[in-house]
Design a protein around this ligand. Sequence first.
Ligand SMILES: Cc1ncc(COP(=O)(O)O)c(C=O)c1O
Length: 364
Amino acid sequence: MSRRSRLAEKLIGMAPVKMSKVYFTNSGSEANDTMIKLVRYRSNALGQPQKKKIISRIKGYHGVTLASASLTGLPNNHRAFDLPMEGILHTTCPHYWREGQEGESEEEFASRCAADLEAMIQAEGPETIAAFIGEPVMGAGGVIVPPKTYWEKIQAVLKKYDILLVADEVICGFGRTGRTFGCETYGIEPDIMTVSKALSSSYLPISALLINDRVYQPVADQSSEIGTFGHGYTASGHPVAAAVALENLAIIEEKRLVEHAAEIAPYFQGQLRTLLDHPLVGEVRGVGLIAAVELVTDKQAKVAMQPPGSMAAAAFALVQKNGVILRAIGDCLAFCPPLIVEKDHVDAIVGATRAGLDELQSTL
Ligand SMILES: Cc1ncc(COP(=O)(O)O)c(C=O)c1O
């Protein structure tokens, strides 16, 4: 059996819900772009040509091709590119700390997010909405962890209107949240999953879509009538990339890296939360081995230095001087350590961050 087929079988076996087929691509952007084409093709195959719109979320990140950048909900990826393209909509960002209203509980905020989604579906016409895409935990938008009950409420709305659910597992997949997939951490049952990054630990470029029969069958039936499914990249499922991915997944299993991530996560998350006493820290959020520290100059007003982003950029440089490379996203410092991280590494990361923040404070 070819490596590509072995990898496809491996992924089907790992999937948290019953999936039927795997389609290989070379980047997260390509996977999400391909998803849009599959969803459109499927609606045409089902004789529902009006069912083409896809709902994404403000601050979601799904890539940078014209179509996947449209799914992305960040202004920098739209501005001056004339995006998003028609038929891609963005609903409420599920960031409780920032978007929650006075006196609103986390669960009530999750209900409001689901109500906003339903209102959008109603306003657009339910028969025009083909799919909803989301990262189980938003990454590049600033590590936004969904509020309690969010995913169950969103899924109930999607079921009600017969809308496909696409889970973008490009960051969460293969252990990041302490389970193999973010979908498992949040009880998400997707029709399509897109994976990349940790699929090969990015040693070589490879990505994939996992699709269930609900997606696959209408596409297969239609293409047997009209001819080939006219899509694919020269290097899709490249045997070398597939071999690297297979070996990478074998190492993750052998070394029990997902279990390790789950074991070390409470220490990582707990130590990061000790930063909450720092005058420049507004929120610490995260799950598993992904987290963000949101910086503020005024904890009550939840505001940071002007211009936006300058505070995290300054902190980032100071922390890096202390030997730790983070990522500055807006007014956040984002943390995404390797799955092999140990307690002494966590101490070094948190210590360098605190020292950097102290230094920043001394300059204000
Ligand atoms: C959740 C998510 N989806 C898609 C992408 C796009 O992947 P790529 O950069 O490989 O095109 C990324 C990249 O960071 C991502 O984080």
